[in-house]
Design a protein. Structure first.
Length: 180
């Protein structure tokens, strides 16, 4: 891990969430502070030209009415710390991060927000121009708001590498819960 100096109060607050995320099956869960989040608008290029779901999902940055990356960055700039969660599959990543968001909310962090790449439905209702079926749980992906996930998680010595194929047996799914 890098030599970043954490606020001791944030370390103390985060311990509960880290323990719970690991108990729920996360491979890793680590504290981050806002300066450790690496923003890079080029992530939009990878969404636009690398994602088969571009423009098809309610949480996609391409959807009409969704905040732009600049607007998302401004909103997330108000957070001080949170938890990065690593899991072996998309479902677990989202389930664990949503549980952490709920815990933080009930602990008084009423703006707690997960970025977890929604995978709740087999096919997003947006494909058929229908309203989201899970609006209270659907969240955008960690990278779709403009965060360079590779650069961010490598600071914590967490595993993330490009895969040979989308069907590779070992996957690395990352989500983040912005707490305070």
């Amino acid at each position: 891990m890098n030599a970043y100096q954490y606020d001791p109060e944030n370390v103390k607050k985060a311990e509960k969430y880290i323990r719970e995320a690991l108990a729920l099956g996360a491979s890793h869960a680590v504290l981050f502070e806002a300066p450790q989040i690496c923003w890079d608008s080029r992530t939009l290029l990878k969404c636009m030209y690398g994602c088969s779901d571009w423009g098809k999902n309610h949480t996609c940055p391409s959807r009409a009415g969704n905040p732009t990356m600049a607007e998302m960055r401004e909103m997330f700039s108000n957070y001080k710390w949170g938890i990065i969660i690593h899991a072996g599959n998309k479902h677990d990543s989202q389930r664990i991060s949503m549980r952490m968001e709920s815990m933080a909310f009930h602990d008084g962090y009423y703006f707690a927000m997960s970025l977890s790449d929604c995978g709740l439905c087999k096919e997003c209702a947006a494909v058929n121009c229908e309203d989201c079926r899970n609006v209270r749980q659907a969240r955008p992906a960690f990278h779709s708001v403009g965060i360079d996930v590779f650069k961010t998680v490598h600071q914590f010595d967490l595993p993330l590498y490009t895969l040979e194929s989308r069907d590779a047996p070992e996957q690395n799914w990352y989500s983040a819960v912005f707490v305070e």
